[in-house]
Write a protein that binds this ligand. Sequence first.
Ligand code: GDP
Length: 524
Amino acid sequence: MTETIREAVARRRTFAIIAHPDAGKTTLTEKLLLFGGAIQLAGEVKAKKDRIQTRSDWMKIERERGISVVTSVMTFEYGDNVFNLLDTPGHEDFADDTYRTLSAVDSAVMVIDAAKGIEPRTLKLFEVCRLRDIPIVTFVNKMDRDARDTFEILDEIEQKLALDTAPITWPIGQGKTFAGTYHLTENAVRRGDAEKERTPVNGPDSNRAAGLLPDNDRPAFIEELDLAREACRPFDLKAFREGHLTPVYFGSALRNFGVRDLIEGLGDYAPAPRDQEADSRVVHATEPKMTSFVFKIQANMDPNHRDRIAFVRVCSGTLERGMKAKLVRTGKPMSLSAPQFFFARSRITADEAYAGDVVGIPNHGTLRIGDTLTEGEDIVFRGVPNFAPEILRRVRLGDAMKAKKLKEALQQMAEEGVVQLFQPEDGSPAIVGVVGALQIDVLKERLSVEYTLPVDFEMSRFSVCRWISADDKLEVERFIDAHRGDIARDLDGDPVFLAPHEFGLNYEVERWSAIRFASIKDYQ
Ligand code: GDP
């Protein structure tokens, strides 16, 4: 039976997991899938992780792109909810990929190692979430090992992230004595994820709750819980949804503690697919007409065919197989004849997708990152960001006869979001830009393997790149005229100013006060 759009939207939770490497993201992902009934995929997550420990391994696995596609989006059901978990790349050098993925989620789970607290990458990813007002649910993992004091962990989150905390569960013991979680508002206990339901208890000093701990730990636990109730903030849904407060869950992904608490928490509190801001209006998730945007492209799944999968997040309406959509950038219709749905449990192709769902659309280069697809309306979603590259290189090609092929290959890689491509105004060879150094290796490898183009990369005289704009178009023209040799155009034809160093940039920033020098460009 077909669900109504309203019902389908209300059930959906689309989220990502953010964590510092080793905090337990992979293990938690597996357990979420396991409890969500998507067992066969759980093994694949681990398999993928195991094989990408080193650089060269990473290259190999990228070539076996089938797996990345499968794990790019994982859908599972739990209770009444449908969860779409979007995977973010593990390696720091692919940060822009992560940021684009975060543009397609409605909430994020922040995994923290109970012994290590907030680590640098957690902090960075958190800041991106905050910038985008993405509500955060916190999972304090590895409670089965020596952990920090629970109050100390909460305090660190508050201090380092300037984020209020509201513990929803409280760990019963920790390290060797970790025995389960106590639900603070429900007054109920769960002794691990093997128990589907929590057992209601009459407070922490009830036989059942206290009985979980060794005799000498009991009084301390009872006291701690009293203190928690007095000292900690109660959960406030509005503050959470606005990004000021995080509900906190404790557990051990490895030993199956607290994962069910977390899933249920996401179902109860995390927002359903949000209203999405477009250029001319706000689109509500429950509107009948389909709208969606492309946030990720995965190309050359099969090197013999230049096919690509565009990952599309549905923002409203129903995306149905066979429907005709309008690609707003070109104004042309596009038939969605074979959209792929990634239902982890059975992986059968579903016929309909709703707001919050992610669909893979095979195409031959028609779709680009940031593209909007609609049922006819001319609106453009904003917010899939492009970050100014921090590494700029010129490509040197051994065989000059292949210049045209190189141009096409770079264009395709740029459309896929692997690199950014800049065409200097003075006609000199193209400059490629990346955010992380490893991306250059990937580019080199892929040009060689997929396009048989052996290339080298030369230092460019530039190291800083900014998109330039101004309220007065003439001012931009004047700036461009005065800096011809330092101006290039990106894939969309938008001008960037290239400088050899920050100092050179700052010099111009001071002299040209009407010009905006942007380090982030939203795809349009
Ligand atoms: P990721 O890098 O964030 O994806 O982390 P992994 O899930 O691969 O976990 C890193 C290491 O921590 C692995 O050796 C896991 O087995 C281990 N680990 C993950 N969760 C837990 C946990 O709850 N308790 C303990 N003791 N170890 C864990």
